[in-house]
Design a protein. Structure first.
Length: 294
């Protein structure tokens, strides 16, 4: 009796052993090795001094070991990290807004669907779909509060139940205080206490300090077109602008916006460049209160 030879392909590589960290007892996948080599020997936890990540592409800036996320607009190739990204580069690892020529990260969409637009170009009725919603019926705010000791986000600050605390942010080290810490010891980046419970000699470590010698004010000014804050308003050099605040949507204008439409109250343009029908949304509430008191 004759048997026909099977024409089915044979799986020759089934069960191939995956490489693991060379540290005894560690089964993690290695990603770190010696500089200028492609051989991964250890995982991040057990890497030896001087080793770099050879499993992933690094930022193109000399001596920077951060993974790149920024590249040329319209390209998918990441070249630099956010700190060393060149002027005009955008984040190519995240989905951008669907609005023409907008490269901001998309986070808004129809409830229950994927993100399509950024907060600025979100259409009426859209919500932030990248964050978990509050568990209160009908509430569309982001959940940030939960049971103490848990990491599960259940409700927003308004609908949080008694005893719940913020589980997405670190809280002040003072017993019973649920505020977010922003103060720590000089020279340290560790946030330990809130403004009220900060110990003597502590200063805010949540923000970058002004680069002027001896100045502890928050840095907010930098070069036009850049994202790096270097100096405070007092020590800012000639030609520097605020890089931490939103700019007017008019091309080339560096003023802060204060005008927008009453429907969404989003500040989009400064006073000189405000479009017809826009109002001063930054002072809208004050204007309403003043009218009621007349």
């Amino acid at each position: 009796m004759m048997f026909l030879q099977s024409t089915l392909p044979i799986a020759r590589h089934r069960g191939r052993k995956q490489p693991s960290c060379e540290e005894v007892g560690c089964s993690r996948r290695p990603s770190y090795g010696k500089d200028n080599t492609k051989k991964a020997e250890f995982c991040a936890q057990h890497r030896q001094q001087g080793m770099v990540n050879v499993a992933h592409k690094m930022c193109g800036h000399t001596a920077c070991s951060t993974r790149p996320s920024y590249g040329d607009a319209g390209s998918k190739k990441a070249k630099f990290c956010s700190q060393h990204a060149k002027q005009g580069m955008v984040n190519v690892r995240m989905k951008s807004c669907g609005h023409p020529a907008c490269f901001a990260r998309s986070s808004y969409g129809t409830a229950g669907s994927k993100a399509e637009y950024c907060s600025r170009h979100a259409q009426q009725g859209m919500v932030n779909v990248n964050h978990k919603r509050c568990g209160h019926p009908g509430c569309m705010k982001q959940a940030s509060y939960g049971t103490a000791g848990s990491k599960k986000m259940e409700f927003c600050s308004q609908h949080a139940k008694q005893g719940m605390v913020s589980v997405v942010h670190k809280i002040c080290g003072h017993p019973g205080c649920t505020k977010q810490p922003s103060y720590g010891n000089a020279g340290s980046k560790k946030r330990e206490f809130c403004f009220q419970h900060a110990k003597q000699g502590m200063h805010s470590v949540s923000h970058k300090r002004c680069g002027h010698p001896g100045c502890m004010t928050k840095a907010s000014y930098g070069d036009i077109g850049g994202r790096k804050a270097e100096l405070c308003s007092q020590h800012a050099k000639e030609g520097m602008v605020s890089v931490v605040h939103k700019r007017c949507g008019h091309p080339g204008c560096i003023k802060q916006p204060s005008y927008g439409y009453a429907v969404n109250r989003k500040a989009e343009f400064c006073s000189p460049h405000a479009k017809e029908g826009m109002i001063d949304v930054k002072h809208y509430r004050k204007q309403q209160v003043s009218r009621l008191n007349v």
